[in-house]
Design a protein around this ligand. Structure first.
Ligand SMILES: [Zn+2]
Length: 225
């Protein structure tokens, strides 16, 4: 009975997508194995899952799946767990003295829900007000992508993007809004295909309602070519 209750609590936490920490919960020994060693182990695990489900792993179509999934986990969709893959942050001096808000919007987000290991797909909008230091525009896309490539909770991802940029730019004046669909909500469970989740983190000057409004207005601008 006790175990049933514990399992129920664990399921409820996941289905409600409650984040328990601002940092990705990683163990200290997370990177003692090499990527190649991890791929070898995960390959066996995926094989075991598929076999347990009753699939015939000798079938031509399924034969390569364990290897493909293991490589995809380590090298692609969860590659942002490894600090070695963190984008290098080269900054520049703001010599042209642009003191207004800079917004990089509609950054594509492909992440994975850490409670169900199903995709999170959406858009991130990132803004900062320079205090003298600027980063290349594509850097913001790369930072979003780095934190997206982990088992994630959307609130945490939003905070991690802001915290990282605050560190790189040496200012608190950074904001991020993410609007994303969670396939664990859209395709299973409640099966609501229309709903999306919006999360935001406003640092420094972005806590001022007028500054925040300016940022939100830019996000809504429709860029036509
Ligand atoms: Zn989920």
């Amino acid at each position: 009975m006790k175990i049933d209750k514990a399992l129920e609590a664990i399921e409820a936490l996941g289905d409600n997508h409650v984040a328990t920490s601002a940092n990705t919960p990683l163990r200290d020994d997370a990177f003692t194995l090499s990527d190649a060693e991890k791929i070898e182990l995960i390959k066996k695990d995926v094989h075991h899952i598929m076999e347990t489900l009753g699939l015939d792993l000798t079938d031509d179509s399924l034969q390569g799946t364990p290897q493909r999934v293991a490589k995809m986990f380590v090298k692609e969709i969860f590659s942002g767990l490894n600090p070695d893959n963190k984008p290098t942050a080269s900054t520049f001096n703001n010599t042209y003295q642009y003191g207004e808000m800079l917004v990089e919007k509609n950054i594509t987000v492909y992440s994975t829900c850490e409670h169900h290991l199903l995709p999170i797909v959406g858009r991130a909008h990132v803004a900062y007000i320079s205090n003298g230091t600027v980063v290349g525009l594509s850097k913001m896309n790369r930072i979003v992508d780095y934190y997206a490539k982990r088992p994630q909770v959307q609130e945490r991802m939003t905070m991690q993007v802001v915290q990282d940029l605050q560190e790189i730019l040496g200012t608190q004046d950074v904001a991020c809004v993410i609007d994303a669909k969670h396939l664990c909500v859209n395709s299973r469970g409640i099966r609501d295909i229309e709903s999306s989740t919006v999360t935001s983190e406003f640092g420094g000057k972005f806590k001022d309602p007028a500054v925040r409004k300016e940022f939100l207005n830019y996000i809504q601008l429709d860029t036509q070519f």
